[in-house]
Design a protein around this ligand. Structure first.
Ligand code: ADP
Ligand code: ZN
Length: 744
């Protein structure tokens, strides 16, 4: 009888265990190999997580692996190690992380494999074509030189130079031809021949303050501590990252540069390209699946080829690339909420996962922000991370002046025209007249965030969600921002047929108002509606950068890392919406956002003006912004969090129950909460009904667990997961409950 080898396999499923299969003992099979297997009557592409294991069930019941897929790349041990850590921390299955890391392969195996083969072919062809073109060019150059040489007199200096050139080009052609031959044979071979091109030679001088920070950072790295770089906008954090990255690459190490959102960070991309050239790759969800796979393949092939190090600029998903030999991880804008994945599992945070990755690779890691998260401040307070500060701007100018405008008072004096106060109108007028640029910020997109009936007062709601529909004028549509439901706009109430009026103004309406108020100004709008295609967004930014637009209206998308040299006025037209949210992080988030907005203006040698229109001018947050006293504000928030035992002093896990039937959602959530209260105790709050309690026909109920941050935390989390699992099993309630660790 044929001998068997037993293997464990990770499947792309919400499955807590790794089932066993067998292969013939002759097979060369290793951890990370892809295998095609049957599970619950369906075939999946799995990843071998263990070989030669003793099966824990009867051998007769173990199925054979259908195939070891040799034409797909092997998953690296470092990748699997990260999956396991993420799964453990975020209370999900390893398979769910695998699915997130290899999204293309979850459904159709044949397609995935065909694509893998096609990709190799395409890459081979592309490389070959590149070399052919190069050879062609070299030949032309050679021809010219030879002709020139024939016309030049022997024995002269120029003749000698020409002969040398000819020799050089001939040698280059010879090398390229052998590279072409190799390329036609195999892709990995050509990588070794070609390698990565040299980095462009571009100087970088740090200022004294930056140099100091740089030395402190290196000290932190030597102590194997993560470093938190707290530097005001424009202080040169990016310059420091570049310097650190260059050093790492110089030492033959790889670099991962994480940003919260990439679609709009063209400025950063260009800046890095100048320093890293072809060694830089980008990776984010806006790229095509093929291009992302290509980047993954390139990174993987660099491991075997030993052809030089790379820098990846990417969003959180780039953490799951087949990284190897990482020397440095940079987490830019670490406070940014978009680092957190809301759905589906793994609900991971990019910054915290980056910290795990750095431990796995024993790499240095630097987190940076102008407005650090309280979590990071806490880590620095406890000494786990090292805090390094940069207090001055590179381009001299001090931080901008702040003016708070009380919209209620203005309204009483008849000083409001739509969303604009008289004072703000005057500021905008002056700025535009002097050739400066203006940014107007509003956190709601659409024309109006809600429409109300003038007759019966009914607010028009989404039929599938408990939220109001937004009116999008251009599309003449009512749209739900939660589920995407769209109905054409009739202008009349669904209940009584009376006329509708807008409640509040979204970016679209603000743009309209601005156009009426400032007829001579060139105005554009940037929000997720106009930024739907990345290229459109880039174009809007480019035009603003070039000074082809005077006023740009937009949402918080604009808070992120832009540097507009002619921007001198930034205005938040209705800051109240930033404060109103029922959430213990609301103040922190509002503070971050306002500080980031402020950071956008007056970046060069000119001092800028930051205007905030609000109906609650007495809110303490504004005082801090005016006094430029981040320290005090952080101190206060920190005390509040401690008193109420909120993060970072505790860890929160949020449980969500989703059900098409409201009564069942309510019943199950109560049952679960009760059971958890019994098993875990008083740290359980709920169930409660969230503000938006129905999304896409699903009724929602939430339970919050707050856990102490002590050495029992891990066990407590595991116990919680077990409890939820057993509740699901007992009540036959699979697929309705999700766990979110560190909800945003
Ligand atoms: P941050 O990332 O902290 O917002 P940046 O690195 O973007 O700051 O620096 C702000 C501006 O100052 C950029 O235009 C940058 O090119 C310039 N700058 C900062 N430091 C230097 C330096 N040492 N040499 C030249 N330019 C610098
Ligand atoms: Zn909806």
């Amino acid at each position: 009888m044929d001998e068997r080898r037993y293997i464990s396999v990770i499947l792309p499923l919400k499955l807590e265990w790794e089932p066993s299969y067998y292969v013939s003992s002759e097979e060369d099979i290793r951890i990370g190999d892809r295998v095609r297997v049957m599970f619950a009557k369906r075939t999946y592409m799995g990843v071998v997580s263990e070989t030669d294991r003793k099966p824990d069930i009867e051998a007769a019941r173990i199925l054979p692996a259908l195939e070891i897929v040799r034409d797909m790349e092997r998953v690296l041990p470092e990748e699997i190690a990260l999956w396991r850590q993420v799964a453990e921390y975020y209370l999900c299955s390893v398979g769910e992380v695998y699915k997130a890391a290899y999204p293309a392969e979850k459904v159709n195996i044949e397609e995935a494999r065909a694509a893998a083969i096609a990709r190799t072919e395409q890459r081979r062809e592309r490389i070959a074509e590149g070399i052919r073109v190069k050879i062609e060019k070299l030949r032309l150059r050679l021809d010219k030189k030879q002709q020139l040489a024939q016309k030049t007199k022997d024995g002269t200096k120029s003749k000698a130079v020409l002969i040398k050139d000819i020799e050089k080009i001939t040698e280059e052609i010879r090398l390229s031809e052998s590279a072409l031959e190799a390329a036609l044979k195999s892709v990995s071979a050509v990588r070794t021949v070609q390698g990565l091109p040299q980095m462009p030679d571009r100087g970088l001088e740090l200022t004294r303050a930056q140099e100091d920070a740089f030395c402190q950072i290196k000290k932190g790295f030597e102590e194997a501590k993560p470093v938190m770089l707290h530097g005001i906008t424009g202080s040169g954090k990016t310059e420091i990252y570049i310097r650190l990255a260059k050093e790492a690459i110089g030492k033959g190490k790889n670099v991962l540069y994480l940003v919260p959102e990439i679609a709009l960070s063209r400025q950063l991309e260009n800046r890095l390209r100048e320093h890293f050239g072809e060694r830089m790759m980008t990776f984010h969800s806006g790229e095509t699946a093929a291009s992302r796979r290509d980047t993954a393949d390139r990174i993987r092939s660099l491991k075997s080829a030993d052809a030089g190090s790379y820098l990846v600029l990417g969003t959180r998903s780039s953490l799951f690339l087949p990284h190897h030999n990482i020397g440095l991880i940079i987490v830019d804008e670490e406070h940014d909420g978009s680092y957190k994945q809301e759905s589906p599992a793994p609900r991971y945070h990019g910054r915290d996962t980056a910290l795990m990755l750095s431990v796995l690779h024993r790499s240095a890691i630097i987190l940076g922000s102008a407005t650090p998260s309280l979590e990071e401040m806490y880590n620095c307070l406890t000494g786990r991370h090292m805090l390094v500060e940069l207090r001055e701007r590179y381009h001299g100018a001090g931080s901008s002046d702040v003016e708070i405008i009380d919209t209620n008072a203005e309204r009483r004096k008849n000083g409001m025209t739509g969303s604009f106060s008289r004072k703000l109108i005057a500021h905008i007028d002056n700025t535009v007249r002097e050739g400066g640029q203006v940014l107007i910020l509003r956190s709601r997109r659409a024309w109006a965030p809600a429409m109300q009936c003038e007759g019966c007062g009914e607010i028009q709601k989404c039929p599938h969600c408990n939220v109001s529909l937004s009116y999008h004028k251009g599309r003449n549509a009512m749209v739900c921002h939660y589920c995407g439901y769209t109905a054409s706009y009739t202008g009349t109430c669904v209940k009584c047929g009376d006329r509708l009026k807008g409640l509040g103004a979204g970016t679209q309406k603000i743009e309209e108002e601005a156009a009426a108020l400032f007829p001579h100004a060139r105005i554009a709008r940037l929000d997720s509606d106009t930024a739907q295609s990345g290229s459109n967004a880039r174009e809007i930014i480019r035009r603003f950068e070039k000074g082809e637009t005077d006023i740009l209206v937009g949402t918080q998308i604009l808070a992120k890392g832009f540097d507009f040299s002619r921007l001198s006025l930034v205005a938040v037209v209705a800051a109240d919406t930033l404060l109103g949210v029922q959430d213990f992080r609301a103040d922190e988030k509002a503070f971050h956002l306002l500080e980031q907005f402020r950071g956008r203006c007056g970046r060069r040698d000119r001092k800028g003006l930051f205007v905030i229109q609000t109906s609650q001018p007495e809110h303490p947050i504004y005082k801090r912004i005016i006094e430029n006293e981040a320290g005090t504000f952080y101190g206060q928030l920190m005390i509040e969090r401690k008193d109420f035992n909120f993060p970072p002093y505790s860890r929160i896990i949020e449980i969500t129950v989703r059900d098409n039937y409201e009564d069942r959602a309510e019943r199950m959530a109560s049952g679960l909460a009760e059971m958890l209260k019994e098993s875990i105790g008083h740290q359980v709050t709920g169930p409660y009904t969230p503000v938006v309690d129905r999304i896409a026909d699903c009724h929602l109920r939430k339970i919050r667990i707050s856990l102490k941050k002590d050495r029992f935390l891990k066990t407590a989390k595991m116990r919680l997961k077990e409890s939820v699992k057993s509740f699901e099993k007992k009540s036959g309630y699979d697929g309705h409950i999700t766990l979110d660790v560190d909800p945003s």
